[in-house]
Design a protein around this ligand. Structure first.
Ligand SMILES: Cc1cc2nc3c(=O)[nH]c(=O)nc-3n(C[C@H](O)[C@H](O)[C@H](O)COP(=O)(O)O)c2cc1C
Length: 199
């Protein structure tokens, strides 16, 4: 499928048919998400994968009772990982492994650490959120490329999710992506006209 067709044909599914995605396909999708770009390559995300019916049912009231949650195959809960400093160390290790000199890398690491060190907790969250929505875009388009359907979802209560999923404090739910097989039909696509978007 051409990328253009993927983008045009995917839509936010309101109801899935309950079929489960096979593990191999899921694995490919998770890699598409994992390879998403992020600022400084920090990858400030942790993604909880929910497939058990009982847990999905528990999450339903924290999702405004949106039926995508209980009818999807897998629900991906994209959380911000606000512990950025250890991620800088990991990104730096990655750069050394890819052949950059330790001196260059240590200067770069100091620059990033100074930058994130100056951030307020709110700015850290905003930083992580920005990156997470890139991974979300890869999730929905990646799903379509694999013959799957999806729904990105912001209509949920992050505190309720954190409690129901026993998330550690540093992982803050930001957005959901329900994945599975659609039981509804794609509505007509509407977007702002070109001249209203580009100037
Ligand atoms: C960040 C984000 C949050 C969204 N939250 C919800 C949601 O909670 N429930 C829902 O049914 N759709 C949700 N959507 C889907 C949008 O309503 C949908 O993408 C938009 O109307 C365009 O339609 P399309 O994706 O079918 O082309 C969300 C989309 C995004 C990107």
């Amino acid at each position: 499928m051409e990328f253009r067709d993927i983008v045009m044909q995917r839509y936010a599914v309101k109801l899935f048919d309950g079929r489960m995605i096979d593990e191999q396909t899921l694995f490919v999708l998770l890699d598409i998400i994992r390879y998403s770009p992020s600022a400084f390559n920090l990858q400030p995300w942790k993604i909880k994968i929910v497939s058990a019916s009982k847990i999905k049912k528990n999450l339903l009231p924290h999702t405004n009772n949106q039926p995508q949650v209980t009818t999807c195959s897998h629900l991906l809960v994209f959380c911000a990982n606000t512990e950025l400093e250890p991620l800088v160390d990991k990104a730096v290790e990655g750069l050394v492994k890819s052949g950059l000199s330790p001196e260059t890398v240590s200067q770069y690491a100091a620059m990033i650490k100074a930058y994130i060190g100056s951030m307020t907790p709110e700015q850290r969250m905003a930083f992580a959120r920005e990156q997470i929505h890139i991974a979300l875009a890869n999730a929905i388009n990646g799903a379509k490329s694999l013959g799957l359907d999806s729904c990105p979802m912001g209509g949920f209560d992050p505190a309720g999710y954190a409690e129901a999923l026993f998330l550690p404090e540093e992982y803050v739910p930001v957005v959901l992506c329900a994945i599975g097989y659609a039981a509804d039909k794609a509505p007509p696509k509407w977007r702002l006209p070109r001249e209203e978007v580009f100037f």
